[in-house]
Write a protein that binds this ligand. Structure first.
Ligand SMILES: [Ca+2]
Ligand SMILES: [Ca+2]
Length: 404
């Protein structure tokens, strides 16, 4: 029985909770879901031997229910009268529990052409419902404490609902996800319509009902979600009669890790990463603020360097001799102070450092060239002097030959 009530309760809450907008059982009394009060307003104990009261210890929902007591032997009952439209159909739902007597129930109602009585067959709270066609302009619900009941019989009623039949379902809302945290997603929706009126919504998570919402809401936060998982949400709208729309569009949301969310900080149109390193296609982040396991394209890249190669031109720079350079090349297979092919394959090159080293070699080459230029000039001077002396000697030799 407990399981039965676990099933019945949410349905009952749905039926009763969404119905008050078009609720015909609209008095403020112990049996009302949305407008409950310590009152029996609208209900009448029929005959002098019937007592009706608002009861606070047996309520099915809220604080109160209606207690019907047979004070004396005889046909004892409570009635509820309401206006109807001839030919219209009404969905009537009543929760009831009987006392120890049998044959308590709902019998011989007035104003409907197709009413069939129902016995209240359990001492536990149970839902009894009908969809009935009105044959007049008024109708009467009758709840009996027993068939020719005896004094002392008791019957309890609660959560009564009377809704005029509505066969047109609402249209579904348009659903969106407006924000999320590390464990929740806030859904928002709009645009649902109904011929009578929307009275509530049903939110579905991964195809299962998450919650039934009453009233004119347009947002709901789904909580207790798990980081790293992706959830699919849909929603339907519901009218007073219990018609449910088709599913809305589906909204997908992935619950992301707290750190990856919080480390990005927006500042105007900029976004800054305030801690840790960023890897794209790699998690080899040690010593690198940004690691990318792919090509990078840019119009310009600036590399800062605090030790550019102009030190080569300082007087105290120890420019190696060409003999030393040649010896290094013969022994090591690469220029001094330049990484080998093996080192570059293992470690790559650093753009700033490698440009500095290449300039270092260019500046060294310039120094070597200037030295060679100086040597060549000196040699040309010597050659010129030697040529002059040679010409003088030739002239002397020619004069000697002429004297002979
Ligand atoms: Ca109640
Ligand atoms: Ca409708």
């Amino acid at each position: 029985m407990k399981n039965l009530f676990k099933f019945i309760l949410p349905i009952a809450i749905l039926i009763c909770s969404i119905s008050y907008a078009q609720e015909i059982h609209n008095q403020s009394n112990a049996l009302s879901y949305a407008n409950e009060a310590n009152s029996t307003e609208g209900w009448v104990g029929v005959s002098s031997g019937t007592s009706i009261s608002s009861e606070s210890t047996e309520a099915y929902h809220g604080q109160y229910c209606l207690k019907i007591l047979a004070e004396t032997d005889g046909w004892r009952r409570a009635d509820y009268n309401f206006d109807t439209e001839v030919g219209a159909r009404y969905k009537i739902t009543i929760f009831a529990k009987r006392g120890t007597d049998v044959r308590q129930g709902f019998y011989i109602w007035d104003g409907f052409s197709d009413f069939v009585g129902k016995e209240i067959d359990t001492t536990e709270w149970k839902e009894y419902s009908w969809v009935l066609t009105a044959s007049g302009t008024t109708a009467t619900i009758k709840a009996f404490t027993g068939h020719a009941s005896v004094a002392g019989n008791i019957l309890y009623l609660d959560n009564v609902s009377i809704i005029k039949e509505d066969l047109i379902s609402p249209t579904p809302p348009s659903l969106s996800s407006t924000s999320q945290t590390v464990s929740s997603v806030t859904l928002s929706w709009n645009g649902a319509t109904d011929n009578v009126g929307i009275t509530g919504y049903k939110v579905y998570k991964n195809g299962s009902l998450e919650i039934i919402l009453e009233g004119n809401l347009n947002t709901y936060e789904v909580s207790n979600l798990t980081t790293g998982l992706t959830y699919q949400f849909t929603i339907t709208s519901v009218d007073a009669y219990g018609n449910e729309s088709v599913l809305s569009n589906q909204v997908s949301a992935t619950i992301t890790n707290e750190n990856s969310e919080s480390l990005w900080v927006s500042m105007g149109n900029n976004i800054n990463y305030t801690a840790g390193n960023v890897g794209i296609g790699t998690n080899a982040l040690t010593n690198y603020g940004l690691a990318v396991d792919d090509k990078i394209r840019a119009r310009e890249i600036r590399v800062d360097n605090d030790n550019w190669a102009d030190y080569v031109f300082k007087k105290d720079y120890n420019l190696p001799t060409l003999e030393e350079v040649q010896k290094h090349i013969q022994e090591k297979g690469h220029l001094p102070n330049i990484p080998s092919a093996k080192e570059v394959k293992a470690n790559g090159i650093e753009l700033g450092e490698m440009n500095k080293l290449l300039l270092e070699k260019i500046e060294e080459l310039t120094l070597y060239t200037l030295k060679q230029e100086k040597k060549i000039n000196n040699q040309q001077q010597i050659n010129k002097k030697l040529l002059n002396r040679l010409e003088k000697i030739e002239l002397i030799m020619i004069k000697k030959d002429q004297k002979k």
